[in-house]
Design a protein around this ligand. Sequence first.
Ligand code: ZN
Length: 220
Amino acid sequence: MHSKLLNQIKNIKHSFGTKDDPIPKNFKSLWHLMPKWKQTHSTDITVVHKPNQSCGEVDGLYTSQKATPLAIVTADCVPILLANKIGDKVAALHAGWRGTKSKIVFRFLEFLKQQGEKPQDWIAVLGPAIGPCCYEVSKDLYDEFEKTFAKNSLVSPALTKKENHLDLPYINFCELKQGGIEEIEILRCCTRCTNSFFSYRKGDKGKRQYSCIMIEQTEQ
Ligand SMILES: [Zn+2]
């Protein structure tokens, strides 16, 4: 599955995995170049300097290196792929409820500025994740989200609000917008109810899909 917004950026290759294609076809032959990383629902982000780098425990990857693929693995959590508009830097973030609540997006935007980048030069895509149709949480957790985020950012106004349901893609969308990223796409595909993705909530324990991005090697 692809994003129209990312497709517009030259020299960037990306794909969001699905149940039928969990390691996207266009990244299979590049798999030996993937960094090694372990997601722990943290807000830790690392710079990938070379293919196959050992990154330890991180939930965000960033690179300016060509032919150095990045990926995030999910099964209901939100995969976020980002690139700058000239296509010479990319990033991938993992935002489940923990990462969202501890503001991995805010942390990433701070990190971008430390790299000398401007958020308005970047675009972001929120990939397939559990939607507000299916993502019911406990009253306590819902209340915590209400305390942490603006009330009107908990569910997209375009979608139906249900009691104690959260819209993780939209919460992260609002964080990205607020942080200065203007062009953002939400791929609205609920992993739980569309049947096209692995979903932890649906019972696909241990089965997940990869969302991948890479700056392509260009001809000299
Ligand atoms: Zn759903």
